[in-house]
Design a binder for this molecule. Structure first.
Ligand code: SAM
Ligand code: DTB
Ligand code: SF4
Length: 342
């Protein structure tokens, strides 16, 4: 049995979870499976590049259409001023990044953006809020956004921070298909990056999302100055969630000046493709998304990621607040590679 989380630390962190008012008194964490051991993942990372890519491509072709990539479009529905202190994030109120905090946007702005997303070919519309958790008073508006976007024939996704069981159920009942909640890095590295919540808080919300019937979108960020063992720990935790997330965004840090991680060294494109390949091998049925960071990647680096088994991207020229390649650039790349969107 693989020990993913140090027991003493887990006990300490479970107390932290229990201090979260969203967590019921009788909370028992879902067991994490031991389908993948740390040794297994180390062995995958140690493979020569050609071997890991071939393995990933074979797994990919067994489970997915080889030349098809899912397209999701993001919209920030509540920008900036966030109470959390995630060291990578320009939306945290703890750091001075020059980003202006805004209120929850209105329905018309959401519907306009969703319409543009659909016209641009996106199949899923993901609404993100810079919150620790949504407030009760915002729930009606959020549920309306979900049902109106779904009525347009788009899949729906939201990322709003922590959820209580009742809030998750309301979103699920409104028609929310996916909930995005990233673990970001390994359990061991978590406290270096974020101090205002625990890794177990994240796992707890993921369990609540699962129990509400929504699909799970959960991934992480690389290029935050993490060690090789943290990349292993990140993928190990994701793949051993039971079941594995249906959607796995792998973000390359978008370094933002003013954030604690704004000076981090970028990940080499070959190392990034290797991470995608290992994720693909470990989570064969999941959509592995080449997420933040495409703006600074060459066409060749992105092609390598698709070869490694990435089969989803964020489209549109803005992610939540930072730049992403334009529709024209993405269309040219897809044409060159013979990729079709789904
Ligand atoms: N506030 C909610 C939360 O954190 O769960 C939802 C929005 S938050 C911006 C969604 C995710 O975006 C984070 O979990 C993180 O993985 C990713 N993210 C944020 N800033 C990023 C950056 N500068 N580079 C790469 N990914 C980033
Ligand atoms: C995810 O894993 N990446 C997206 C989405 N889920 C919400 C967000 C990336 C944010 C990059 C920084 C920004 O644009 O603000
Ligand atoms: Fe807030 Fe989410 Fe940014 Fe963390 S990642 S500071 S929770 S918006």
């Amino acid at each position: 049995m693989t020990v993913l989380i140090d027991k003493t630390k887990l006990d300490k962190n479970l107390k932290a979870v229990k201090s979260n008012p969203a967590v019921p008194e009788n909370y028992v964490p879902h067991p994490i499976s031991d389908a993948w051991s740390r040794d297994d993942v180390e062995a995958l990372f140690a493979l020569p590049f050609m071997d890991v890519i071939l393995k990933a491509q074979s797994v990919h072709r067994e489970h997915h259409a080889p030349n098809s990539v899912q397209m999701s479009q993001l919209l920030s529905i509540k920008t900036g001023g966030c109470a959390e202190d995630c060291g990578y994030c320009n939306q945290s109120a703890h750091f001075d990044t020059g980003l202006k905090a805004e209120k929850l946007i209105g329905m018309n702005a959401v519907l306009d953006a969703a319409h543009k997303a659909k016209t641009g070919g996106a199949g899923r519309f993901c609404m993100g809020a810079a919150w620790r958790e949504p407030k009760e008073r915002d729930m009606d508006a959020l549920c309306d956004m979900v049902s109106r976007v779904k009525d347009m024939g788009l899949e729906t996704c939201m990322t709003l921070g922590m959820l209580s069981p009742s809030k998750a159920q309301r979103l699920s009942d409104a028609g929310l298909d996916y909930y995005n909640h990233n673990i970001d890095t390994s359990p061991e590295d978590y406290d270096r990056v974020i101090s205002t919540r625990t890794f177990e808080d994240r796992l707890h919300t993921l369990n609540i999302v699962r129990d509400s019937g929504m699909k799970v979108c959960c991934g992480g960020i690389v290029g935050m100055g993490e060690q090789a063992e943290d990349r292993i720990g990140l993928l190990l935790t994701l793949a051993n969630l039971n079941p594995a997330p249906e959607s796995v965004p792998i973000n390359a840090l978008v370094p933002v000046p003013g954030t604690p991680l704004g000076d981090s060294e970028p990940v080499h494109p070959i190392d990034f493709a290797r991470i995608i390949a290992v994720a693909r091998i470990m989570m064969p049925k999941s959509y592995v998304r080449l997420s933040a960071g495409r703006e600074t990647m060459t066409d060749e680096a992105q092609a390598l990621c698709f070869l490694a088994g990435a089969n989803s991207i964020f489209v549109g020229e803005t992610l939540l607040t930072t730049d992403n390649p334009s529709e024209t650039e993405d269309r040219a790349l897809f044409t060159r590679l013979g990729i079709v969107s789904e």
